[in-house]
Design a protein around this ligand. Structure first.
Ligand code: PHE
Length: 489
């Protein structure tokens, strides 16, 4: 076995397992729900181009930095950072960077699981529909037979109005996550990734090909890649793209440090980081090329043109997946089956990410409190469940409760605040501190011996981590959070 031995004596059983688990953590609701929703809300092309820029020049260098720290530390994220800080004769306070990320990950898990609960609900709706289609001898018919368009559009609001059901679905998803994490790294987390990720890729490619043939593929291409250059300079678009890139690559959340700690010494971390970032970014773009052609196919030509001209926004946000897509599946050949497969695919991606979100704090708590993995997993998963359950009332009784009515939080209920706070503040801050630590504070030889780079590539990486990442993240954070700065300047 090539596995590394972590604090708990457990680790990945092979390089493939590490790569699949890391990709499994990166590919999730971020790619399938958040990316299309953010691209839609921020005008498509400009967002996508800036996003790709952020992945290449900021995400990738930080991804390598985090896995380097983890593998050197061979312990939880906080402990690994502490160890590297001590070996570099720096203050152990730097480990707080990982602490911030770890708290961020637990908060993401709280609302992530609520959202994943909606996916479980939709799997139920589509499974019922598909089996009744099979019973009626018409397995290839459109989805949600017998529903009017209004009724399809009412599925999500009806779920939102039913807080008991929302919480039960959230609980089901959280229990599955707890079981996978509770079983440990090689027999739980790794198994989930090794089984689910290949199936996920197979389904994604199939559904994209289906969308290309049956939907408005050309319109989706121009929506995702045409842009007005002026929008590239819009601080709100930049902050959304940066936040999305970090969120999607699971950065600034202590996770890649944690997973890096379970990686064997002979794994080339630079190569692995490139593979993870490429897979994650391809999935986001491919998911856009699956979701937009299908949803655009039912729009009237006038509204589609208005969207492509930038006159109108793609309506929906989260509704894109939960409202527009089911409406489209209704009119599409074999929509019933494809709809069911689509939501199963999203569920697989969500589970491998939720497992990662929980493991980030579980690995720390096991070492800190010397308690069994099961107990720690249950307690931390339970805590995230409670926060998520509270946030789920944002869709009904607490919809008008806006505890922080300022800045990017204005008008947001708890659910939205958790999302904005983590993706646009906590993860970028943790990623910023990480790049300063690796670029300026950590012992140079220690980093060089771990990162798998030599010659010019190493110099380029060091330049990005030392200069570009801290400067760009700081600038984007400031202008995105305080747009007034630009007007006064
Ligand atoms: N990257 C995951 C997604 O895109 C979310 C995530 C963030 C997972 C941070 C782990 C850590 O859905």
């Amino acid at each position: 076995m090539a596995g590394a031995v972590s604090a708990g004596g457990d680790g990945w059983s092979s390089r493939t397992a590490f790569v699949l688990a890391a990709i499994g953590s990166a590919v999730g609701l971020g790619n399938l729900v958040r990316f299309p929703a953010e691209a839609g809300a921020n005008g498509g092309g400009a967002f996508v181009i800036f996003y790709i820029f952020c992945v290449l020049l900021i995400g990738l260098p930080i991804l390598l930095s985090e896995t380097v720290i983890g593998r050197h530390g061979q312990a939880s994220a906080v402990e690994s950072m502490k160890k590297v800080a001590i070996e570099s004769r720096a203050s152990t306070w730097w480990s707080l960077t990982a602490g911030v990320g770890m708290c961020g990950a637990l908060l993401v898990l709280a609302y992530y699981s609520v959202l994943a609960g909606w996916i479980v609900h939709y799997i139920g709706v589509f499974a019922g529909d598909f089996f009744s289609a099979v019973g009626a001898g018409a397995p290839a018919r459109g989805a949600l037979h017998g529903y009017s368009v209004d009724e399809v559009q009412a599925i999500l609001p009806a779920l939102h109005a039913n807080s008991t059901e929302m919480i039960v679905m959230h609980a089901i998803f959280m229990v599955l996550t707890i079981i996978a994490v509770g079983r440990g790294v090689s027999s739980g987390i790794e198994k989930v990734a090794v089984w689910l990720m290949p199936t996920f890729f197979f389904l994604l490619i199939g559904i994209t090909i289906y969308g290309a043939f049956t939907g408005s593929f050309g319109a989706a291409l121009s929506f995702l890649f045409d842009f007005e250059p002026a929008r590239l300079l819009d601080p709100a678009v930049q902050l959304s793209a940066l936040g999305q890139a970090l969120f999607s690559l699971s950065l600034g959340s202590a996770l890649m440090i944690t997973y890096g700690a379970y990686a064997a010494r002979d794994i080339n971390l630079a190569k692995t980081s490139v593979q993870i970032a490429t897979a994650d970014t391809s999935v986001a773009i491919i998911a856009g090329l699956a979701i937009f052609p299908i949803t655009f196919s039912v729009l009237a030509p006038a509204s589609l043109n208005a969207i492509l001209d930038g006159q109108e926004q793609v309506q929906g946000g989260l509704g894109l997946l939960f409202v527009n897509l089911p409406v489209a599946f209704q009119t599409m050949p074999a929509g019933s089956l494809i709809g069911l497969l689509f939501f199963i695919m999203v569920f697989f991606a969500a589970l491998t990410s939720a497992v990662a979100l929980l493991e980030a704090s579980v690995s720390w708590a096991i070492g800190r409190f010397k308690q069994p993995r099961w107990l720690v997993t249950l307690l931390l998963g339970g805590l995230a469940f409670l926060i998520g359950a509270w946030a789920s009332f944002s869709f009904n009784s607490l919809a008008d409760f806006h505890p922080f009515d300022f800045m990017i939080f204005s008008g947001q209920p708890v659910f939205g605040i958790l999302d904005e706070l983590t993706a646009k503040i906590l993860l970028p801050t943790s990623a910023l501190l990480m790049s300063i630590f690796v670029g300026w504070i950590a012992d140079r030889r220690l980093i060089e011996s771990e990162n798998g780079l030599d010659g010019n590539l190493h110099r380029v990486w060091l330049f990005l981590v030392r200069w570009l990442c801290p400067l760009v993240i700081t600038a984007i954070l400031l202008t995105g959070l305080f747009p007034g700065i630009l007007e006064q300047g």
